[in-house]
Design a protein around this ligand. Sequence first.
Ligand SMILES: [Zn+2]
Length: 156
Amino acid sequence: MRCPFCGNVDTQVKDSRPAEDHVAIRRRRFCPACGGRFTTYERVQLRDLVVIKTSGKREDFDRDKLERSIRIAMQKRPVEPERIDQMISGIVRRLESMGETDISSKVIGEIVMETLARIDTVGYVRFASVYKNFQEADDFDKFVSELRPPQPGEAE
Ligand SMILES: [Zn+2]
């Protein structure tokens, strides 16, 4: 959020809390560049989200596409379909509540991975392997070993 005083785009959220009986979120922001403080309100925005791809191409956000990629990653995993639905809704809500219409595909991928990592490691790794599009097997192995939770009895 751009600072209204000095124009710096790198402002920080100091505090977030529900407002207007949970219809909005009030955020107190701070600008480290000029020390300015201001408040923003976040509300449900039913306007369509736009995905900014790595190439710079813009594309309407497609919930079905997101759902497909997650379902492929979660194929044959012991996770209830309802849980997967909830997860997808949660991801979409998170994207919608970020306060921006334009969202980079990178941010979406990171949110999906973060969510999958909490629910199912295998699904997460499958998704990540596609998403990260690793060119070299070495990188992928490193990636997996970094993110795989330590197994019982395994040396740290
Ligand atoms: Zn400022």
